[in-house]
Ligand binder design. Structure first.
Ligand SMILES: NCc1[nH]cc(CCC(=O)O)c1CC(=O)O
Length: 309
């Protein structure tokens, strides 16, 4: 393996770079590769360039992935490192998510400016988030709170919070940990009350289907329980169509050879929420996710997903 030459494609945000470096380090350690055999290739995507609008308004799939996937398909890079939760459920032909690194804490974190807990926010407080799921979840538990759209990378959001533009915000615990910024977290939110996005906290590695050299390099990095959980969560998302305008949450947990899943769909104003649970053998991970999606859709009734789009 000493002569391996690998190109890892990634976005250029601090979080994306941290994830690419983590993957490089794991590849080097596992295979005893020299540092200069693995190159990190930084790319800009449409999602990085559009900063003035909520991404749910821009619409379209793969805002953070298209340019990177084109490079992967062309062979300009050998693998791409992504946040699982940013990955569309349908990938370009010839590509797949072949490995998932062990999941970090999947929970959302609340970051308060003056308060430590979400429940301590004063009546009528303002929170910033551009995530439809987080907006719907906070409106569900605290209808008095005003939600403002809040984009930009982690650093930008924390700066806006510090400047007093909002009283609080939400970020994934995993991202903050990877950036070494755990200390900003005020409260870790209970997933039964504030369930994470499908895929949150897991790094996904995308590669070309049938690339035997890369498969062999990635196989030892693939964390089984994470891969199984993600298979279930992504099946749930896929069956719900995962339109960018639908608040969807879902989290699977693996224990031995058993998997348990909890999912939720909400209206954007949080006024209506439907929860679902599923469990079974890890061998049925995808079916458990699909079945949970079908049951939650039946519960929500026809037209739920399209009622506000
Ligand atoms: N959409 C941006 C994004 N994609 C992945 C993460 C966090 C890291 C992860 O979930 O693995 C974030 C930022 C956030 O939600 O705080």
């Amino acid at each position: 393996m000493q002569t391996a030459s690998l190109k890892i494609g990634t976005r250029g945000s601090p979080l994306a770079l941290a994830q690419a470096h983590e993957t490089k380090r794991r590849l080097k350690d596992t295979h005893g590769l020299a540092d200069d055999t693995i190159e990190i290739v930084v790319m800009s995507t449409a999602g990085d360039r559009i900063q003035d609008r909520p991404l749910s308004e821009v619409g379209g799939k793969g805002l953070f992935t298209q340019e990177i996937e084109e490079s992967l398909s062309d062979g300009r890079i050998d693998l791409a490192v992504h946040s699982s939760k940013d990955m569309p459920t349908v990938l370009p032909e010839g590509l797949h998510l072949s490995a998932f690194l062990e999941r970090e804490d999947p929970r959302d974190a609340f970051i308060g400016r003056d308060v430590k807990r979400l429940t301590d926010l004063p009546e009528g407080a303002t929170v910033g988030s551009s995530s439809l799921r987080r907006q719907a979840l906070i409106r569900r538990i605290r209808p008095d709170i005003t939600v403002v759209n809040f984009r930009g990378n982690v650093e930008t959001r924390l700066r806006k919070l510090g400047e007093g533009q909002v009283d609080g915000t939400f970020l994934a615990c995993a991202g903050l940990k990877r950036l070494g910024m755990e200390h900003v977290i005020s409260e870790l939110l209970d997933p039964t009350l504030f369930p994470p996005a499908p895929g949150q906290g897991a790094i996904a590695i995308e590669s070309r289907i049938g690339d035997a050299r890369i498969d062999a390099l990635l196989a030892p990095l693939d964390h089984r329980d994470t891969h199984v959980a993600l298979t279930c969560e992504r099946a749930f998302l896929a069956r719900l169509d995962g339109s960018c305008r639908t608040p969807i949450a879902g989290l699977a947990k693996v224990s031995g050879d058993q998997l348990s899943f909890s999912g939720m769909i909400l209206t954007p104003d949080g006024g209506e929420a439907h929860e679902v649970q599923g469990e079974g053998s890890i061998a049925d991970a995808a079916a458990i996710g699909t079945d949970a999606a079908e049951r939650v859709l039946a519960q929500a009734g026809p037209g739920f997903l399209s009622s506000w789009s």
